[in-house]
Design a protein around this ligand. Structure first.
Ligand code: SF4
Length: 121
């Protein structure tokens, strides 16, 4: 099945039509080398960086901004968000420190986007 994919690697937003047959993935449209790689990956295995917040251990009403270190499969984003609702960040944490390792077996860690001090209220 042919699928329209807009390349988001740069601001030009080039459009393409992508399909797959027995010879492999076919791309129609004028795309650069980076764009070709992106739309093929997007067609076969779309992934996104997950950005959200997580509760903090100790009853604080504040939440910690977190993100996945790399992109996770698009189809698992909602499951990851639901899973993170059951987790809490334990201070202290530095920026980039792992909050949840290998979330749902995706191979990607969830990391802190800002430092989390021990004494927060
Ligand atoms: S195909 Fe190349 S020029 Fe077009 S949006 Fe993608 S990266 Fe940019």
């Amino acid at each position: 099945m042919e699928k329209e994919i807009i390349c988001i690697v740069c601001a030009r937003g080039c459009r393409s039509l992508v399909c797959e047959d027995e010879e492999g993935i076919k791309v129609k449209g004028k795309l650069c080398k980076n764009g070709q790689a992106y739309v093929k990956s997007e067609y076969r295995d779309p992934r996104r960086v997950l950005s959200t917040t997580i509760a903090i251990e100790g009853g604080s009403c504040k939440r910690l901004a977190v993100r996945s270190r790399g992109p996770v499969p698009k189809g698992k984003l909602l499951d990851c968000v639901r899973y993170l609702k059951t987790k809490k960040a334990t201070p202290p944490l530095a920026i980039g420190e792992v909050v949840v390792k290998n979330i749902l077996g995706t191979g990607e860690d969830i990391i802190a986007c800002s430092p989390l001090e021990t004494n927060i209220s």
